[in-house]
Design a binder for this molecule. Sequence first.
Ligand code: AMP
Length: 411
Amino acid sequence: MRILIINCGSSSLKYQFIDMENEFLLAKGLVERIGMDGSVLCQNRSGEKYKIEIPILDHKEAISFVLKALLDEKHGVISDVSEIDAIGHRVVHGGEFYSQSVIVDDTVIQNIKECVKLAPLHNPANLIGIEVCKGLMPSTPMVAVFDTAFHQTMPEESYVYALPYELYTQHSIRKYGFHGTSHKHVSEKAAEMLNKNINDLKIITCHLGNGASITAIKEGKSIDTSMGFTPLEGIPMGTRSGSIDPAIITFMIRELNLSVAEIDDILNKKSGVYGISGISSDFRDIEAADEDENKRAHLALEIFYSKVKKYIGYYAAAMGGVDCIVYTAGLGENSPEVREKTCRDLEFLGVSIDKDKNKVRGQALEVSTVDSKVKVLVIPTNEELMIAKDTQELVMDFKLFKEELEDKIIV
Ligand code: AMP
């Protein structure tokens, strides 16, 4: 089965086209600056790059150009759209509707619309992607894979905020959690690497990229996660503040006369390690500045390490122990420094990092010492492949179900 994975952002669209028989990435690409000057599509087919620089007015045009690039005689990988067997859409918010991926139908589209108020920047773009694909390829089955779904197993005591309970029941204000596809994938891989049943493990997964979240996974289920009602809660990130005293916001309104839009901008785009260091949101730049003894760069890193470490302790306590800590995403996979410093002084928990093994970048490897009670693993995340796997499984079940139904009707 050949599956097209679509990840629509507000002004960009990422895609991958995967042959599931051997999980081979046939092509991947990115459309940027949709609806703006300088829009461009870049496609990569086994290292060979193809670029279309042309005005791309909206997501409908963007998806038409994606199909054009995949069909291109010289640079493409298919000769007819019917060679796309199914489409998997990344959808950020499934609210309380979905605890797993689903085949897209009218009810699913309606429910994703209901969740727009919870993810106003992301869900509208995800919906456009679904509706445009439905229009262009009406007979191709589609699956929605939600960032929030994996965390729907959290118990009430993890997801209800200490606010008036009506804010939850009447306005859906609760913790949802994000990066679910990644946390699920790396926790399953961790159990495989340790040759253990996931039901016997207490795992802490640290997805540390530009956006970052940490999840406590007990018996294969998310029981708590650091992101919350939105992807702003939790540890400080590239440009996001993470958790702060909520009274800072009312102070900014009252004393600094800042508007809602300005505060949103500060918390989402001007904070995190970028805000503290004043240098960059990219840890490579901050680590380099720290080596040059830049004080604010050093402070940004120390704050980040300490917050990650606190979540590790917090979740070890919440689960009554921890068997394994997993590092994934850009930073988790590539920064030995971050892994070492966030496990620093955790020997009392039974965590011991092997400095040599920990030099690894971008590869699955156990980086703890042989006698470390808690195993520390680096596992590259692959959200697109997880989306493709869910899509394949659901579409195969759906086809089987349809065939059985047709047989019954004939009988
Ligand atoms: P992601 O959002 O998962 O793509 O992660 C992107 C972030 O990973 C970048 O902003 C960097 O901060 C970080 N990163 C990527 N490669 C490295 C590296 N070699 N060393 C340190 N940080 C890295």
